[in-house]
Design a protein around this ligand. Structure first.
Ligand code: MG
Length: 349
């Protein structure tokens, strides 16, 4: 039976339970009313010849034919190409990132370095899997008989943690990363509440055991944490080598939530401005793809994108839609269970 005093406590602890890994106090031991785990088809494992089938609850990020989940860092179309069922880095074209944002998650990535190999040390088959947009890198590198600094080799948390072992296959073979990512948490004032954590399996072998990141990864020196949204795109690095990727999928961890996207800079910029009589609504850009909305004299709220045109706030029940028709642009805002949207035409800048 459900503990009657638990809901408030449960809600309070739900946000931290993922971090503390404490049993949910809302349920008794062996509670018969506790919901059953969702049934998931595990899919199939990959072979060198063929990519496996992702678990049934995974979000497919790249299936060999469709690059629609990936964009350049600024949100414009990526210049990376699909070649023989793989997404291939075009040197000099920049990183790619997912259009969707992710917080805590399980990520599956398969990659292959160029063959025959070119270059040495950090110049051979270098790319990277980034969480937090471009902040936290798990290194991708051809580390097969290729000496480099240990904390920069394949499956290192770049500059922080070497992998526990080197389980590289020869160049050109498909390497598999299975990564569990726990995003860092910041409070409303931007103070660090908990550090990022990362677990990595390389070709099925544990190489990073829930390590605690010191901050964003970087070349030489320690970069301190700086507040950012919990959910951000996942990115793949262009380090000047035509590294290939296939069978990329992700499973969101924690409580189910609405999807969240990082829109292109160009689209976000187009929403900035004042709307309605006497500029009743004001919209401005924040960092990391967020918008800030001010309604009349109320405190500003931060808006997250749920689609190309629909935004929502995490702290207050505010929803905003940006609309354009016949050369006219306007905003529609609802607060709480308001049964009609407030409307404001966009004012000329
Ligand atoms: Mg790299």
């Amino acid at each position: 039976m459900k503990n009657p005093v638990a809901p408030c406590l449960g809600l309070l602890l739900a946000t931290t339970s993922a971090l503390l890994a404490a049993p949910d106090p809302a349920w008794l031991g062996h509670d018969r009313d506790r919901p059953q785990p969702t049934v998931v088809d595990p899919g199939t494992l990959s072979s060198q010849e063929q990519a496996g089938r992702p678990p049934s609850d995974a979000i497919i990020l790249f299936n060999g034919t469709d690059v629609s989940q990936w964009v350049a860092l600024d949100g414009s179309p990526t210049k990376w190409v699909i070649h023989d069922g793989a997404l291939e880095c075009v040197p000099g074209s920049g990183y790619v990132r997912t259009s969707r944002s992710f917080g805590d998650c399980q990520l599956h990535v398969e990659w292959a370095s160029p063959t025959p190999p070119h270059g040495d040390s950090q110049g051979r088959g270098n790319s990277g899997v980034f969480f937090g947009f471009d902040r936290y890198e798990c290194q991708v590198l051809d580390s097969y008989q290729n000496k480099t600094y240990a904390d920069g080799s394949a499956a290192s948390i770049y500059g922080q943690y070497p992998p526990l072992v080197n389980v590289m296959l020869p160049p050109g073979k498909w390497e598999i990363y299975d990564i569990v990512w726990t995003a860092p948490r910041f409070d409303a004032e931007g103070n660090l509440v908990s550090k990022a954590r990362e677990t990595v399996f390389h070709n099925g072998v544990l190489v990073q055991n829930n390590v605690e990141l010191t901050g964003p990864t970087g070349w030489i020196g320690r970069i301190p944490y700086k507040a950012h949204p919990e959910r951000l795109p996942i990115a793949l690095q262009d380090h000047g080598n035509p590294v290939r990727f296939r069978n990329v999928w992700v499973r969101e961890l924690g409580n189910p939530r609405k999807p969240e996207y990082m829109l292109s800079n160009a689209l976000l910029d187009s929403y900035v401005g004042s709307y309605g009589k006497d500029a009743f609504f004001k919209v401005r850009r924040l960092s990391d793809g967020l918008l800030a909305l001010t309604v009349s004299n109320a405190p500003e709220v931060v808006l997250h994108a749920e689609s190309q045109t629909h935004f929502y706030a995490l702290t207050t029940d505010v929803q905003a839609d940006f609309k354009t028709e016949g050369g006219k642009s306007w905003i529609e805002v609802t607060v709480g269970d308001g049964d009609h949207a407030m409307h404001g035409d966009k004012l000329a800048p």
